[in-house]
Design a protein around this ligand. Structure first.
Ligand code: ADP
Length: 492
C-alpha cells in the first residue's frame, strides 16, 4: 500500500461546517467518524449537523441572496466563475487526494475527470448569459406588450451523493453561481471532504460569504432538515430512489420544486455485428468504472445469442486484465467500494445472484491479503441471467455485471424497457438502422451508440420513471434554477 503525508486539510483532525465564509462548530458539538475505504482506518471527524445548523446556514444563504450578490451582473458572475475555475484547477491535485482518501476513487480516474470537471465550470460560466426572458407577441385586445423575466429561484438545498462528489457537486455549485442563487450543500456522510475543501476554496476565489455553504452530517438528520426547511426554495438531489421519495415528501410541506437524479439499471445492448474489440472494453468499463458506483452504469448487458459464448469468454478474460487495488497507485483501475455498508450490500447481491441460478463467470470475491482491511471486490460477471432475477432488477451499485441473452431487436427493446428505471442505455452495432431503432425505443434519458457513459455538461442528463426527473447540464438545467415572471404592460 502506498503511504502519503496527511494533507494539511486533515491535520486538525475534525472538520466543521462551512457557513458564511468561515468554519463553524456544530451547535450540538457532535461529530461523526469517517473512514478511508482503502484500509478501513478512521480518517477524520465530520460535524454532525442538526436542524439548528441547517437553519443557521439557510439564514446565511438567504442573507447573501438578498445582499450584494444580487448586484452581480451576468458579466460579473461569468468573471467570478472563470476565477473559480482557475482556483479549482490550481488545487485539483489536493482535491483528488482528499477524494481518494475519503471515498476510494482511483487516482487514475480523477485524473481523467480533470478535463470534464473544468469543462463543467466553463459551461456554467457561459450560462450566465442565458438567464434571460423573452419578448412575446401577444393576442390581447388592446395595446399591450408582454415579456418574461427570469430571476434566480433563491436558496437551493444541494444534497450531494458519495460516488463522485469532486465533480458531482458542480451540478449544484456551477448552476447556482451562474444563475445568482445561493446554496446550502449537504455532502454525503461517506464522502464530504472534497466538498468541504471546494467551498473553502470558493471563498479564496472571490465568491461572497454565504453564497455557497456546506453543512455535514447524516442524511436523516442534516439532509432531512435541509429538504424540509421552509426558506429553501429548491432541492437538487442525487442519490437513491428511496431517499428521493423522502425528499419529495419533505419538500411537500413548503411546496418547493425538486430535481431528482436517482438510480438506474441501464441496458447495454450488444448485437452480433458489433465491433467486439471496442465493445468488450466499452461494456466492461460501463459497469466497472468507479467500481460500479455510477448511477448510469450499464449493468444489464444484453448480448445477441449468436455471440453469447464468445462475448462472455472475452469479458471474463478482460476482467483478469483489470487492476484492482490501492487507489493511490496510478496504475489501479478499480479501487475499493466507498464504505463497509456498500461492500456488504454488494457481497449480498453476489450471493443472491448465485442463489438465483445465474452463472458466475468472473470475480465474485472480496480481496484478501494486503487488501483485507479495505472494501475491495473483484470485477464480477454473471452470465445466463434472466431479466426477472433480482440482480437484473435492483440497483447493486458495485462492480457486478449481468449478461442476458436475446435474439431479435424487438425482443431486446421489450427486455431493456422492462425495468423500473430509465436513466441510461447503449447499443453496440455496425448497422445504423438497428442503432436508430434502439435510440428511439429505449426509454431512458440518454442513449449511447458504440460508446458508454459519455456525459457532456452542455447536454441535459436525466432520467425517466424511478430514475427521477429534471436535468443536469444543458439549458434546461439552468432554467430550472430560475423562476419566470410574466409581465404585461398596457400602453394606453
Ligand atoms: P445511499 O442510500 O446510496 O447512501 P442516499 O440517497 O441515501 O444514498 O444518499 C445520497 C445523499 O442523500 C447523501 O448526502 C445522504 O446523506 C442524503 N440523505 C440520505 N437520507 C436523506 C433524507 N432522508 N433526507 C435528505 N437527505 C438524505
Amino acid at each position: 500500500m502506498i503511504t502519503v503525508q496527511t494533507p494539511n486539510f486533515l491535520l486538525d483532525g475534525r472538520k466543521q461546517h462551512y457557513i458564511n465564509g468561515r468554519w463553524q462548530a456544530p451547535i450540538k458539538n457532535e461529530y461523526i467518524t469517517t473512514y478511508n475505504p482503502a484500509n478501513g482506518e478512521a480518517l477524520t471527524q465530520l460535524a454532525r449537523g442538526s436542524d439548528a445548523d441547517i437553519d443557521i446556514a439557510v439564514q446565511a444563504a438567504r442573507k447573501a441572496f438578498e445582499g450584494d450578490w444580487r448586484k452581480y451582473s451576468p458579466a460579473d458572475r461569468h468573471a467570478l466563475l472563470m476565477s473559480v475555475r482557475q482556483v479549482i484547477e490550481q488545487n485539483l491535485d489536493e482535491l483528488r487526494l482528499l477524494e481518494t482518501l475519503d471515498m476510494g476513487a482511483p487516482f487514475a480516474r480523477t485524473e481523467r475527470m480533470r478535463d470534464h470537471l473544468l469543462r463543467m465550470i466553463s459551461f456554467f460560466a457561459t450560462q450566465t448569459a442565458n438567464c434571460r426572458g423573452e419578448t412575446i407577441p401577444n393576442s390581447l385586445p388592446g395595446n399591450f406588450s408582454t415579456m418574461t423575466i427570469r430571476a434566480p429561484i433563491g436558496v437551493v438545498g444541494g444534497i450531494i451523493p458519495w460516488n463522485a462528489p469532486i465533480a458531482g457537486q458542480w451540478w449544484v455549485i456551477g448552476v447556482v453561481l451562474a444563475t445568482g442563487c445561493t446554496a446550502v450543500l449537504k455532502p454525503a456522510e461517506d464522502a464530504s471532504l472534497s466538498v468541504l475543501r471546494t467551498v473553502e476554496l470558493l471563498t479564496s476565489a472571490g465568491v461572497p460569504d454565504g453564497v455557497i455553504n456546506a453543512v455535514t452530517g447524516l442524511g436523516n438528520e442534516a439532509g432531512a432538515a435541509l429538504a424540509k426547511h421552509p426558506h429553501v426554495n429548491k432541492i437538487a438531489f442525487t442519490g437513491s430512489p428511496a431517499t428521493g421519495r423522502e425528499i419529495i415528501r419533505a419538500s411537500a410541506g413548503s411546496i418547493k420544486p425538486v430535481t431528482l437524479e436517482l438510480g438506474g439499471k441501464s441496458p447495454d445492448i450488444v448485437f452480433a455485428d458489433a465491433d467486439l474489440d471496442r465493445a468488450v472494453p466499452g461494456v466492461s468499463m460501463g459497469v466497472f468504472n468507479n467500481s460500479g458506483q455510477v448511477c448510469y452504469a450499464g449493468t444489464r448487458v444484453f448480448v445477441q445469442s449468436a455471440i453469447q459464448k464468445e462475448f462472455v469468454a472475452r469479458i471474463s478474460e478482460f476482467c483478469k486484465t483489470l487492476k484492482v487495488g490501492d487507489p493511490l497507485d496510478r496504475s489501479v483501475q478499480l479501487g475499493p467500494l466507498t464504505s463497509k455498508r456498500q461492500l456488504d450490500r454488494v457481497l449480498e447481491y453476489i450471493e443472491i445472484g448465485k442463489s438465483e441460478g445465474a452463472t458466475l463467470s468472473a470475480g465474485g470475491k472480496r480481496l484478501g491479503g494486503d487488501y483485507s482491511n479495505g472494501f475491495y471486490i473483484e470485477p464480477t460477471v454473471f452470465s445466463d441471467v434472466n431479466n426477472n432475477m433480482r440482480i437484473a432488477r435492483e440497483e447493486i451499485f458495485g462492480p457486478v455485471m449481468s449478461i442476458i441473452p436475446f435474439d431479435t431487436a424487438e425482443e431486446v427493446v421489450g427486455l431493456a424497457n422492462d425495468t423500473n428505471f430509465g436513466l441510461g442505455g447503449a447499443v453496440w452495432t455496425r448497422d445504423v438502422r438497428t442503432a436508430m431503432k434502439l435510440v428511439h425505443e429505449i426509454r431512458a434519458g440518454q442513449v449511447w451508440v458504440n460508446c458508454y457513459g459519455m456525459v457532456d455538461p452542455s447536454v441535459g442528463f436525466g432520467g425517466y420513471k424511478e430514475s427521477g426527473f429534471g436535468w443536469k447540464g444543458g439549458t434546461q438545467h439552468v432554467d430550472s434554477f430560475l423562476y419566470q415572471k410574466a409581465v404585461t404592460i398596457n400602453h394606453d
